[in-house]
Ligand binder design. Sequence first.
Ligand SMILES: [Zn+2]
Ligand SMILES: [Zn+2]
Length: 251
Amino acid sequence: LALIVPRAGEAYLIDATPDLRDQLAMIQDSARAPRGAVDRDPLDGVLLTHAHIGHYSGLVFFGFEAIHTRELPVFCTPRMAAFLRSNGPWSQLVALGNIVLREVHDGAPFVLGREVEVTPVAVAHRDELSDTVGFLLRGPRARVLYVPDTDGWEAWPRPVREVLSGVDVAILDGTFYSAGEVPGRDPSSIPHPLIPATMDLLEPLVREGRLRVYLTHLNHTNPALDPDSSERARIESRGFRVLEEGQQFEL
Ligand SMILES: [Zn+2]
Ligand SMILES: [Zn+2]
């Protein structure tokens, strides 16, 4: 995800994926204050949800061998920051000043681009190397909650419907449609809310027009990736959507 604040001329990346180069190219294409294609200063900051491959490993491209950024702010929890500070190759980014770690805390808002308030939201997830957060983005007109990766909603300390109160758009974990999608893996070792369970939980809010839900983080085994699948049709008939690359939301 990217957060682009045209009035401030700022662009932030939320989660640095292994496809970081594509992420930067997409941001440069869509930002109204684009920077050059080869630039040591491609972003105003990066926000990280947690230390799983799809969410932080792209940070390597900011290092000495590649972009070699100068003091790029990286917003993350203290536990995530400690992990980056004390393990290579991430520790080299810190030591060389490629990135500067900015510790943020569950429930404590901070402002980006002068007008977007960002609140980290603690997320229940298997936390091997770091803890996990989502981000609530509050602009002048709308609130977007981004929770791409979590264990089942029942694992949350607060009911997720309570967390969603006042949220206009929720971009949520849609990893699996059904249990046992991945051959040879024990589903209980990689828990995620199954898409039908997410719809059961949130359909009343969606039907009432109080919430729009976009599913993301779909595993390659998820049949709903196929726009012509019956699973996709079921999702859409219940008022939910699968997030598309390049899709934009006005804050
Ligand atoms: Zn994860
Ligand atoms: Zn993930």
